[in-house]
Ligand binder design. Structure first.
Ligand SMILES: [Fe+2]
Length: 455
């Protein structure tokens, strides 16, 4: 969660540094990845059963932290608590949360599992290896798993372990190592690989491709102190996608795309209010990809369970964003795909096998954790970015907290009581009132349970 996090000196320094890195990179070539299967199909259809409809699960932003990287009561240590203050997530429970979802999926047995990035807390090699091991368990039960990287997953300078009060650096992964670790989850069986990124296409059956788009800027992480949050589809990758979409059109194949960043805004003004969560140039890229024939994007990144649509030239593009397992209310999606429709439902993690403080249930702990951390976080932001004096900052922080938590959950609808409280903000700042209200304004269609017809 980085909402409104663009005011500290740390960020100013980072932005200046990134601008310099961007300038340097604009003069150099994009990272080159060896095209393994470029041009021809080496693998046939992955699904042998000839099923007409498919069950697809989507789990996003797992942010797994390997057990060995959180030791000696580090959860209560200064280093881990400082990290959480600026990025509240249930990292401490990332292992039992994923365990819970995996055991549900083992019963559910979907045909496909999509994971649109941020598999790890911050790209720790040990966390990636642990996640891949878990995914192999699902794959061994016949579930086809597809992953793509998120902004936290590769070349992350914040790749850290925590011991007692302190943190220490731990090895992160290169893009090549990422593809190697997750070889079985999109890369080895790819019909096509993009030579310029970790994007790939897998042919699930004769009339269905999964297009995993890597839009992360990890090449800019090298030498930086923080990973780049924003994403961009490289121009070469965009050309590669459009080229392959021509084949898809000829062969009458439906293409389901997956990418970490949003392909469109999930509330009006998102890209101005909270830059870096919708892919760069989304206003031109989204219509281009829709024109190329893509109707559905599965995304993550913002930790919100939200579906938004874009309509143009009689076509509709859906961005089906799935919330994070380590952010309230820990949602994941189960979808029935029938060739011309998606029947989407949302499940939530409601209990985990872990000892939770004060005898609280997982849901209560998660709610209180997010309320407290968001209140402190927005109090800080209101004081430091918007120069709002106390006691106003702490008075208004819960209005932002409630709005972001409602947006995370999806199908957000403000109550009359909350509306009255938010209205008080107008007396202080029209801009801040607008920020809270746009979070509360759910763009169509519905977010959690919905039937979508494809063309
Ligand atoms: Fe994330």
């Amino acid at each position: 969660m980085k909402l409104f996090k663009f005011s500290t000196m740390k960020y100013l320094k980072l932005l200046i540094f990134l601008a310099v890195v961007c300038l340097i990179n604009s003069c150099s070539k994009d990272a080159i990845f060896e095209p393994q299967n470029e041009g021809s199909s080496i693998s046939g259809e992955l699904l042998k059963s000839g099923k007409l409809s498919l069950d697809i699960a989507v789990v996003s932003d797992i942010h797994y932290l390997a057990a060995s990287l959180l030791r000696n009561d580090a959860v209560n240590g200064a280093a881990f608590q400082t990290y959480l203050a600026f990025d509240p997530k249930l990292i401490e429970y990332s292992i039992p949360i994923l365990d819970e979802v995996v055991s549900k999926l083992e019963k559910e047995k979907p045909d496909i599992l999509l994971i649109p990035g941020d598999l790890t807390k911050d790209g720790e090699k040990l966390s990636h290896i642990a996640v891949a091991k878990i995914l192999h368990r699902l794959a061994s039960q016949g579930i086809m798993v597809f992953v793509i990287p998120g902004n936290h997953d590769i070349n992350n300078p914040q790749s850290k372990g925590y011991r007692g009060q302190n943190s220490y650096e731990t090895e992160t992964v290169s893009p090549e190592r990422f593809a190697d670790i997750y070889d079985d989850f999109g890369y080895r069986n790819a019909k096509y690989r993009d030579p310029h990124s970790l994007s790939y296409i897998c042919q699930v059956k004769s009339d269905l491709w999964i297009l995993g788009i890597d839009d992360c800027k990890y090449d800019q992480n090298i030498g930086a102190t923080e990973p780049v949050i924003s994403g961009k589809i490289r121009p070469e990758t965009l050309r590669w996608i459009k080229d392959k979409m021509k084949n898809a059109k000829k062969e009458k194949v439906t293409v389901l795309a997956m990418m970490h960043h949003g392909i469109m805004e999930h509330y009006t003004g998102q890209n101005q209010l909270d830059p870096g969560f919708v892919v760069d140039n989304w206003e031109t890229v989204a219509p281009e990809l829709m024109e190329a024939g893509i109707q559905v994007f599965f995304t993550g990144h913002y930790h919100a369970n939200d579906i938004t649509e874009l309509q143009s030239n009689g076509k509709t593009l859906y961005d089906i964003q799935t919330g994070s397992l380590v952010s309230t209310p820990s949602p994941y999606r189960l979808i029935k795909y029938s060739g011309n429709s998606l029947n989407i439902s949302t499940e939530h993690v409601v209990s985990i096998h872990a000892r939770i403080p004060n005898g609280l249930s997982f849901v209560d702990y998660s709610t209180v954790f997010h309320q407290q951390h968001f209140d402190a976080y927005f109090d800080y932001v209101l004081k430091n970015k918007y120069l709002m004096p106390e006691p106003y900052a702490s008075y208004f922080a819960p209005r932002f907290r409630n709005a972001i938590m409602a947006h995370y959950a999806g199908d957000e609808q403000i109550t009359d009581d909350e509306q009255v409280k938010v209205y008080e903000l107008l007396g202080v700042s029209q801009e801040l009132y607008g920020a809270v209200m746009t979070l509360w304004t759910d763009l169509p269609p519905k977010d959690n349970e919905i039937h979508l017809e494809l063309n």
